[in-house]
Design a protein around this ligand. Structure first.
Ligand SMILES: [Mn+2]
Length: 442
């Protein structure tokens, strides 16, 4: 990745931070990376470390106990702890060259480090992040001031060229895992746990390093939207849903693929046809994701198109508009079309206003703009907990239950790509690295 792109990114972030400070009466910003957190006060084990996104936005260091201080017109300062423990040693920072833009100070103990942070930051510093050890050194009204936090989150909704590159690299890394899992699945019977481990090996990730817990679901388990209780035994299931990402420089990809082992004119063939229809719809929705389009309108359009697919695949009957109005499409597709993506899998500030009540799980209500990165992830599932109540209502008469029964063993389909809006057009960061189609092959 280009050093020039990062230099440009850093200048943009520092400028944005300075503006956020100036408009809210602060003269410096303090961004702690955070510390290890205990799993339980009765235990001495910690959760795997996750660095605070506000600090990572400036420098993706990923290091516990480090603190950044940003002051207008000055080089940003990085305060680090010297690594003196003989118990453990963190992985070296993979992008050491980035440190050239920082004034780096190293301290043997936490107390001296914090005192130096307070001194350099001065009396008009805003501290942004959850690290209580650092925050309590500053007056209450200086901790996470709403105006500063809101401005920084707003800034993060429009990615720099460097961030988009990082997300593309994170996507390519995840794609290698999706490819390996698909190959293992097509080669023969495997358990969900086994496929999960294939993914980790192919992406060179430890489980705690994935941006979010992998979802690996065979057969009916694909109807569990966040299935992470992996089965330990190989099954005869002909369908597989994998929702898994990978990190790069603090940024994480978020990709879902649905695969199917076809059979001759049996239910698996019908299922692959349905996956193919969802795939064509997903690509059409991506093509329609251009600046000025309201993301919630895209979500609504998805429901309209899903209704037509339900009718065409003989899962429901009647007018598509009626299937949307009566809530039938929502029983098959209960989640949102997508969310902003960045340092956080569900990135900040994607929802400046709540969605309409019928779209309650939608995480993106922004108008699409240049620089945004978001997912487009339509799905269709056979979820017992949603279909059973539907069956008992008048709207349930529009559903063709025999076909629902026949396809239920395949669980569900979700197809998720990561999209960057660049120069007025959607750029798919995912498709060139991992195909989808009807899911019956790579
Ligand atoms: Mn997602």
């Amino acid at each position: 990745m280009s050093t020039a792109l990062y230099t440009e990114h850093l200048a943009h972030v520092l400028r944005g931070t300075e503006t956020a400070l100036a408009t809210s009466g602060f003269e410096a910003a303090v961004f702690p990376y955070g510390s290890y957190r205990s799993k339980s006060r009765y235990d001495d084990q910690d959760f795997p470390f996750r660095a605070a996104p506000h600090a990572e936005y400036v420098l993706p260091l990923g290091e516990p106990d480090a603190v950044l201080v940003v002051r207008p017109g000055k080089a940003p300062a990085l305060f680090r702890r010297a690594q003196t423990s003989f118990w453990e040693k963190p992985a070296p920072f993979a992008h050491g060259w980035m440190l050239e833009s920082f004034e780096v100070r190293t301290f043997d103990d936490a107390e001296t480090l914090l005192a130096a942070v307070v001194t350099l930051a001065g009396e008009k510093a805003a501290v942004v992040g959850e690290d209580a050890t650092v925050a309590r050194r500053f007056p209450n009204e200086h901790r996470d001031p709403t105006a500063v936090v809101t401005a920084l989150h707003e800034l993060r909704t429009r990615k720099t060229a460097w961030e988009i590159e990082a997300l593309a690299v994170a996507g390519a890394r995840a794609a290698a895992g999706h490819r390996a899992v698909a190959e293992a699945f097509f080669a023969g019977r495997r358990s969900e746990l086994d496929l999960h481990l294939v993914y980790l090996a192919a992406t060179a990730q430890d489980d705690s390093e994935t941006p979010y817990k992998n979802i690996v679901a065979l057969g009916r388990n694909a109807s569990i939207l966040h299935h992470i209780a992996y089965g330990r035994t190989a099954t005869e299931d002909r369908s597989l849903l994998v929702d898994a990402g990978a990190p790069h420089a603090g940024y994480g990809s978020d990709i879902t693929r649905t695969w199917v082992r076809r059979d001759r004119a049996g239910a698996a063939a019908a299922w692959a046809d349905l996956v193919g229809a969802i795939d064509r719809m997903q690509l059409a929705l991506i093509a329609a994701a251009t600046p000025g389009v309201d993301y919630e309108a895209l979500h609504d359009s998805c429901h309209q198109q899903l209704a037509t697919i339900l009718v065409e695949h003989r899962l429901a009957k009647g007018a598509p508009e009626a299937l949307v109005r009566s809530g039938v499409t929502r029983a098959f597709f209960p989640h949102g079309l997508g969310h902003h993506l960045g340092l956080q899998t569900h990135d900040v500030a994607g929802k400046p206003r709540p969605p309409r009540p019928e779209n309650r799980y939608l995480r993106n209500t922004r108008t699409i703009e240049n620089g945004q990165v978001f997912t487009i992830e339509p799905g269709l599932y056979f979820i017992e907990a949603l279909l059973e109540p539907l069956r008992k209502t008048p709207a349930g008469e529009q559903v063709l239950w025999a076909e629902v029964e026949r396809l239920s063993p395949f669980g569900g389909v979700r197809i998720e790509d990561n999209i960057a809006i660049v120069e007025g057009a959607p750029r798919n960061l995912t498709r060139s690295a991992i195909p989808q189609g009807d899911g019956s092959g790579l």
